[in-house]
Design a protein around this ligand. Structure first.
Ligand code: CTP
Length: 403
């Protein structure tokens, strides 16, 4: 799966002969799962038609401040377009457009979108070799770099003039690779290995029966997916759940019992930088597992349980400088109980869910958490979808590990 998948990408097309390549670029972006909107400068329409780009992007193409075919002159909202975009690519970027970007000129819709943008802006220069080397162009490059814009360098090659040299726009495939590599390199959890436990554990009574709990695993799976999207290499040790992982950077290890979860978690703990234990591990397991199905001969059934090993506490004892996160599901004296667990299990962070909060806990798609850090600082959050809660938790961890 490409990192561009699901991203809103605004492609700015300016008036250079390389504009014909923008059709291929739109196609590749769409193929990689991006949502694409195109904004053209008015003269770019002489090089490639809006119809082509609109058909390929499956979206309206914008090129003027107002909707051209509308008698009531509704405006194309440059601010909305800029805020919609997760990233902007200007390809081809002519010397004229780069100079205007460098100087704050705003005489077309694309420049207004650029000036309103909060997202990363990439630009792929395209021009003849002498224009490319001209001091004003070099000055534009320098200014744009200082503004934080990212250049996708032009390459040497045959130019529209027939001359051969630098100034040829990077090929669409190269632009896609450049974007993917740049995005991956800047992800906040790039290079980090994260171990996550999720779901319930099932403790066998006999070959057909078990003792389990209502955990759906949704919170742990959401953390695994989000951590992978933030660049981490994730190992997810999962109890029995009805969920699947879509991100290929998540390795799933399926387990059933608390004992298996303990073993697998310890197998992967050595290599991880961060461990987040969200599983609802059984605290007790039947002392003996009947080898055959227990028959209902008697009126009562007494099963003796023994304590399972506390995985989280065992990791707390050996964690050294790894960042260890636990969960606490409480029904009373929530803050005090969570703080005690944080200290007792030697954690860096504990995520408190209270079963008293509406929208929190097992099976729901939402959760309400309070984070408590090692220094006993308390960070309460609102009820949110579990995906957003996962992001809150990961953002907090990122802040802590890079503090
Ligand atoms: N946990 C674990 N192994 C266990 C039990 C719990 O790793 N055998 C982890 C859970 O994944 C969670 C944290 O410990 O991150 C909190 O578990 P919880 O059951 O709330 O707390 P306990 O320490 O078991 O205390 P109590 O049941 O008395 O509240």
């Amino acid at each position: 799966m490409s990192v561009l998948s699901g991203k809103n990408i605004l492609l700015g097309v300016t008036a250079g002969i390389a504009a014909y390549k923008s059709a291929f670029l739109v196609r590749l972006l769409i193929k990689n799962g991006a949502n694409v909107k195109v904004v053209m400068t008015p003269s770019a329409k002489e090089f490639v038609t809006p119809l082509t780009l609109s058909t390929l992007s499956k979206n309206e193409v914008y090129s003027s401040f107002t909707k051209e075919d509308d008698d009531n002159a509704q405006w194309n909202n440059h601010v909305d377009l800029a805020l919609w975009a997760n990233l902007i690519i200007i390809a081809p970027a002519t010397a004229n457009t780069m100079s205007k970007m460098a100087n704050g000129t705003c005489d077309n819709l694309l420049l207004a979108v650029y000036l309103s943008a909060k997202c990363p802006v990439y630009y792929a220069p395209a021009m003849d070799l002498d224009m490319y080397k001209h001091p004003t162009t070099l000055h534009s490059f320098e200014k744009l770099e200082n503004f934080g814009n990212i250049q996708i360098p032009a390459v040497d090659g045959e130019l529209a003039s027939g001359l051969v040299g630098p100034g040829r726009m990077a090929e669409p495939e190269a632009i896609i690779s450049f974007l993917e590599n740049d995005i991956l390199d800047k992800l906040p959890l790039k290079g980090k290995k994260i171990l996550i436990t999720a779901g319930p554990t099932f403790e066998a009574i006999d070959p057909v029966r078990f003792v389990g709990n209502h955990s759906s695993g949704k919170m742990g799976y959401a953390i695994a997916e989000e951590a992978a999207s933030l660049g981490a290499q994730v190992t997810l040790v999962s109890g029995p759940v009805n969920l699947t992982i879509t991100n290929s950077f998540v390795k799933v290890i399926n387990v059933t019992s608390a004992k298996e979860m303990y073993t697998e978690t310890h197998n992967y703990f050595g290599e991880c930088d961060i461990a987040i234990l969200s599983a609802a591990v059984a605290d007790f397991s039947p002392k003996e597992k009947a080898l055959q199905k227990i028959k209902k001969k008697e009126d009562t059934l007494i099963i003796e349980f023994e304590k399972t090993k506390d995985i989280l506490a065992s990791l707390g004892e050996i964690k050294k400088d790894k960042f260890l996160v636990g969960f606490a599901l409480e029904t009373e004296n929530e803050l005090e109980n969570a703080k005690t667990k944080l200290k007792k299990k030697n954690l860096d962070l504990i995520v408190l869910n209270s079963l008293n909060d509406k929208g929190a806990g097992f099976k729901t798609n939402t959760n309400k958490v309070t984070l408590i850090s090692k220094d006993n600082k308390i960070y309460p959050f609102e009820v949110k979808p579990k995906r957003e809660v996962a992001i809150d938790i990961l953002q907090h961890i990122i802040k802590q590990i890079y503090a």
